[in-house]
Ligand binder design. Structure first.
Ligand code: SD4
Length: 317
């Protein structure tokens, strides 16, 4: 267990790693570490894709998805389509600790959060407004509806079902790399494991769209008897394969972390060879690995690591 404790997270979100690490160093639990790391990104609006002011949906609103999982007890708290509350990972933790539920969604999740003392505020910023107005000017393209593309005159709705679907290929912008997410894993020397995610999802998503990040086993998974994993990428595709769950189960069966991550990615590739996505994972001994799908425009995935071998976060790929 020499490499423990360990914190790893998706993307070069170094301050998040450092926040989680210092939480552990000052005696916080692995859950505290994951919460503080993800919350740091929510505050910093990491890459514009975590927290407020990013990824406006078709109506211009930023909505958040987050989850946290306790690998000791298998408790999970998650929020999806959360509105008007910046600290999504905090609300996810409140769902886990203050209710017997696992996931709350939409307006009701916001009301719950307000009752728990979270501040309600507008998640829109000048930046998200600009993204939105540019998109409106461009006839609402790209968008995620199958039946309106490429028909500029009708592309801003109202949207109706059509007998003949026109192809609006998700892959056309899955590769634009317009979305990231923080997914984080923390393990300590006593064998406690936790994982969590926080994201504002996907720019121009259909309102109500929820990605992989808050879904147990998709966005993240933790089981102190096997390890933990967290994913990032095209959630609409990735959530169909529960890659985080798969990676943890493969490690349980003896796979090393890199192999487990690779297999989880390959499973998705069988059906979606060009999907944009990556996964990180670690086993209970503190060995870790990562894998991504190498596609044009995305051939290298960066993630951060802090462990006892170096307590400044290391950038890996
Ligand atoms: C989602 N998985 O909502 C998130 C976005 C992401 O890298 O991670 N992009 O689909």
């Amino acid at each position: 267990h020499t490499a423990l404790p360990l914190v790893i997270n998706t993307w070069p979100f170094k301050n998040a790693t450092a926040a989680a690490w210092s939480t552990l160093q000052s005696g916080g639990s692995v859950l505290d570490a994951v919460e503080s790391g993800c919350a740091r990104c929510e505050m910093e609006q990491c890459d514009g894709s975590v927290g407020y002011g990013g990824s406006p949906d078709e109506s211009g609103e930023t909505t958040l998805d987050a989850m946290i999982m306790n690998g000791d007890t298998m408790e999970v708290g998650a929020v999806a389509d959360l509105r008007r509350i910046k600290n999504a990972i905090g609300v996810a933790r409140a769902v886990m600790e203050q209710t017997y539920h696992t996931m709350l969604v939409g307006e009701s999740a916001s009301v719950f959060a307000e009752n728990m003392g979270f501040v309600a505020e507008d998640l829109t910023t000048n930046k998200s407004m600009n993204i939105f107005s540019q998109w409106l000017k461009g006839n609402c393209q790209p968008n995620y509806r199958k039946n309106v593309f490429p028909d500029p005159s009708k592309s801003c709705g109202p949207y109706k079902p059509r007998a003949t679907l026109r192809q609006n290929k998700w892959a056309q912008h899955a590769n634009t790399h317009s979305h990231d997410t923080i997914g984080m894993i923390a393990l300590d020397q006593d064998g406690h494991v936790a994982a969590g995610t926080s994201t504002n999802g996907l720019t121009h998503k259909v309102p109500g769209r929820v990605g992989d990040s808050p879904i147990v086993g998709a966005g993240a998974y933790a089981d102190s008897s096997a390890g933990a994993a967290a994913a990032t990428g095209d959630g609409d595709v990735m959530m169909r394969f529960l890659p985080s769950y798969l990676a943890v189960e493969l490690m349980r069966a003896g796979a090393d972390p890199s192999a487990a991550c690779k297999t989880a990615i390959s499973r998705i590739k069988r059906h979606y060879s060009e999907f944009f996505g990556a996964i990180i994972c670690a086993n209970t001994t503190g060995h870790y690995g990562a894998a991504c799908n190498k596609v044009p425009g995305f051939s290298q995935f960066h993630y951060m690591v802090s462990n006892s071998e170096s307590d400044t976060p290391l950038l890996k790929s």
